[in-house]
Design a protein around this ligand. Structure first.
Ligand SMILES: Nc1ncnc2c1ncn2[C@@H]1O[C@H](COP(=O)(O)OP(=O)(O)OP(=O)(O)O)[C@@H](O)[C@H]1O
Length: 289
């Protein structure tokens, strides 16, 4: 079966930034988290996928279709949640729903009201009366009510408290249960991804670091801690990043097998979080503990 989203050699250049030859794909039935530090190029990639920006080169296929040639059809089948409020402040939820639902041929009002109830949203409230979390829930209710096959979100859970976030994560997990749909979202909250993502795509400074199954990443990368006397030049080369710590040094390796047995017996080895992996990779240039 074809991938639900496929990006090949995607490139976009600004004066001071280049999204550089990015490739990855997402299959049906999975959740992919999109991570990277501020300015890495996540929003740029998402805007290119949504055809809100024009690419310089490369290919973007959604549902096997070119995202520019088939933009209209693709947008019918995507639930898009952007990081900023793009609704009119003075309008009620009911009227906003009327405007949005007109756009979709597969609009399902029952589904929408089911989510309004789950999220405890009142249709006569005005958009401006919603808290940030409620706005997010309203966006999600809209995105999930037109039979979308792919949900695309740019930092959907930023600024939302852990209780709301968990509810949202549960809804997203439920969404992919039939194994025909997928979710792609960028976030800085990597603990959310540790809970629900199947794949992680990591970009740094416009370039792809990896796009892999989450379990494979968390199973292979390791944090190694040891005394400074152990840190030979030869050992240093095995690390993605190293920093000084209270005990000596602490560093990240992408495969623990890369560290010889003689060292492994003398160091402390721990599983990293996604944040650790991001931090050490971004600090790669300063690997001089
Ligand atoms: N319209 C634009 N013109 C010029 N440069 C831009 C434009 N939009 C974004 N950039 C630059 O492209 C780079 C990537 O920005 P982008 O918003 O894609 O990053 P991001 O990974 O989404 O960051 P964040 O996590 O902070 O949201 C940044 O250096 C930004 O300044």
């Amino acid at each position: 079966m074809e991938s639900i989203l496929e990006i090949k050699n995607l490139t976009k250049k600004y004066d001071d930034f280049k999204l550089n030859n990015i490739s990855f794909k997402l299959d049906r039935g999975y959740i992919m988290g999109f991570i990277g530090p501020n300015g890495a190029g996540k929003s740029t990639t998402i805007k290119l996928i949504m055809n809100l920006l024009k690419r310089d080169s490369g290919e973007i296929k959604v549902f096997g279709l070119d995202n520019i040639k088939h933009e209209k059809e693709i947008k019918q089948r995507i639930g898009f949640i952007y990081d900023r409020n793009y609704f009119y402040d003075e309008i009620t939820l009911k009227n906003m729903k009327k405007i949005i639902s007109n756009f979709y041929t597969n609009w399902n009002d029952n589904q929408f009201y089911k989510y309004m109830e789950i999220f405890n949203l009142k249709e006569n409230k005005k958009i401006k009366e919603l808290s940030k979390g409620m706005q997010m829930k309203f966006s999600l209710a809209l995105a999930l009510s037109h039979d979308a096959e792919l949900i695309m979100m740019d930092e959907p859970t930023s600024g939302i408290d852990p209780i709301f976030r968990n509810e949202i994560l549960d809804i997203l997990m439920e969404f992919i249960q039939d194994e025909k749909k997928s979710i792609f979202f960028s976030t800085h909250i990597t603990t959310d991804l540790e809970k629900i993502a199947d794949y992680i795509t990591f970009i740094n400074d416009g370039s792809l670091v990896f796009s892999k199954p989450k379990d494979e990443i968390l199973d292979s990368y390791r944090i190694v801690k040891g005394g400074r006397d152990l840190l030979t030049e030869e050992l240093k080369k095995k690390f993605i990043g190293i920093k000084n710590s209270d005990y000596g040094f602490e560093g990240l390796v992408s495969r623990i097998d890369d560290i010889e047995d003689e060292y492994r017996e003398k160091v402390l080895i721990e599983r990293p979080t996604l944040d650790d992996i991001m931090l050490y990779t971004v600090r790669r240039g300063e690997k001089n503990a």
